[in-house]
Design a protein around this ligand. Structure first.
Ligand SMILES: [Zn+2]
Ligand SMILES: [Zn+2]
Length: 318
């Protein structure tokens, strides 16, 4: 336990702060565990697994409902049972061997960056502005990192795995090479650490809400569903599922995670995304066409000895 946490505990014993129900339960968890490192680790592990799989489940149910097919962006490629199983196995492996270790080391990092972890929680205003800042910070990290992952050096050995599913579904959000999982996780966890370093004011409660919202955003953006009531239709800066679905569909463009501004201002939107901004509607071609990975086209050209332009995505018949 850090000096700060000990001082806080002593202060609480002398003048107990007024804590609401959730704050009492939060502190009760740490008191019950009597091991802050383990308490934070278990809290974050349960949160991560619960949100990731809990949020993926409704999309899986929707995939089994033919009446929902009209909302599926690429409605001609519903995920198969084998794809679900393969994806699930890979995600569980990554969660166990790549993410669990840093999760249990996170309490140590909290103490290093002076992140408070006992209640009282910060004010609602502090939580809200910090969450907005974290979304913008992570989106920036993701945009530039994702562009780097599409470089010749990193695409084939690292990022190509995530592009296995050209028509993504919720569970594919973390279907990725371990290096990419670590890279994405660095943006998600590194953002609150940077904000804690810059402001000296960060609470684990805010970090927990942030991680939950970021996971929901990641799963939803891979869901493959666009509804008339989806967030991006009344908050146009929000990327939403159609933005990232286009990235998987066309293999290039739309590199950001949560927002549209980076791709819009730097001209990296897919033509379909740009066109939909005016019409708001998908064309039959955008919903049905199959586009081949430029990397596969380049590989084939290399082995067959054909030279020329080989890195442009090519539309092929379904
Ligand atoms: Zn990509
Ligand atoms: Zn993706």
């Amino acid at each position: 336990m850090s000096v700060n946490a000990t001082a806080q505990k002593v202060a609480e014993a002398i003048i107990p702060p007024h804590l609401n129900w959730l704050e009492q339960k939060w502190n009760g968890w740490y008191d019950y565990m009597n091991n802050d490192t383990l308490a934070t680790g278990i809290l974050l592990l349960v949160l991560h697994e619960g949100i990731y799989f809990g949020r993926s489940l409704p999309w899986l149910i929707l995939d089994a409902m033919p009446s929902m097919r009209k909302y599926k962006i690429q409605d001609n490629r519903p995920p198969t049972r084998a794809e679900y199983i393969e994806c699930l196995k890979s995600v569980i492996t990554a969660h166990t061997f790549v993410e669990a270790v840093p999760i249990f080391g996170f309490h140590f990092v909290c103490e290093l960056f002076n992140i408070a972890y006992r209640a009282p929680f910060p004010s609602a205003w502090t939580v809200i502005w910090q969450l907005a800042a974290l979304f913008l910070m992570e989106d920036t990290w993701h945009y530039w990192g994702h562009r780097a992952l599409h470089s010749k050096l990193l695409y084939k050995p690292v990022h190509k795995m995530h592009h296995k599913y050209a028509a993504p579904f919720g569970l594919t959000a973390e279907y990725a090479h371990p290096i990419e999982v670590a890279f994405t996780g660095t943006g998600t966890v590194g953002s609150p650490l940077l904000l804690a370093y810059l402001t000296g004011d960060m609470h684990l409660f805010t970090v927990a809400i942030w991680i939950s919202l970021r996971l929901i955003q990641a799963v939803d953006s891979h869901s493959g569903y666009d509804f008339p009531w989806s967030l991006c239709h009344w908050f146009p800066m929000w990327a939403g599922a159609d933005h990232h679905d286009d990235h998987h569909h066309y293999f290039v463009g739309n590199f950001a995670s949560s927002f549209r501004h980076w791709d819009y201002f730097l001209g990296t939107e897919t033509p379909a995304t740009t066109r939909r901004r005016d019409t708001g509607k998908f064309t039959a071609e955008e919903r049905h066409e199959i586009v081949e990975d430029p990397d596969d086209i380049a590989d084939r050209a290399k082995t067959s000895g054909v030279s020329g332009k080989t890195t442009t995505a090519r539309r092929v018949k379904a």
